[in-house]
Design a protein around this ligand. Structure first.
Ligand SMILES: [Zn+2]
Length: 105
């Protein structure tokens, strides 16, 4: 992958650009659990979990659904998560920290 700041080619798993020191890993850099605005099926809860824990969203959905149908807790947990987890903030250039990639230019 390439650094968004200086444009140099860097390691795929790098968190920080080796050339300019800018944080480059958008998903990893996201420390807060939020519900992403894109790719969500219902409220983005599973998508948020997947991004936060860095796992496949499909795995999250399957596990969540199995839990929901087996125990019923999943349904309640989803609604609770929907209420508790905030929406992902709109990434406006003015609000983005310096050097962080803007996903919706
Ligand atoms: Zn760089």
């Amino acid at each position: 992958m390439y650094c968004n700041y200086c444009g140099k080619s860097i390691q795929d798993d790098a968190n920080v650009c080796a050339y300019c020191g800018t944080r480059v890993a958008g998903v990893i850099a996201r420390k807060r659990l939020v519900r992403p605005r894109e790719n969500r099926k219902i409220a983005g809860v599973c998508m948020g979990m997947a991004e936060y824990f860095d796992i496949d969203v499909t795995v999250v959905r399957v596990v969540w659904l199995i839990t929901a149908f087996m125990t019923g807790i999943g349904f309640i947990a989803y609604v609770v998560a929907w209420i508790v987890i905030p929406d992902e903030p709109y990434l406006l250039p003015a609000q983005a920290p310096s050097g962080q990639p803007v996903r919706n230019p």
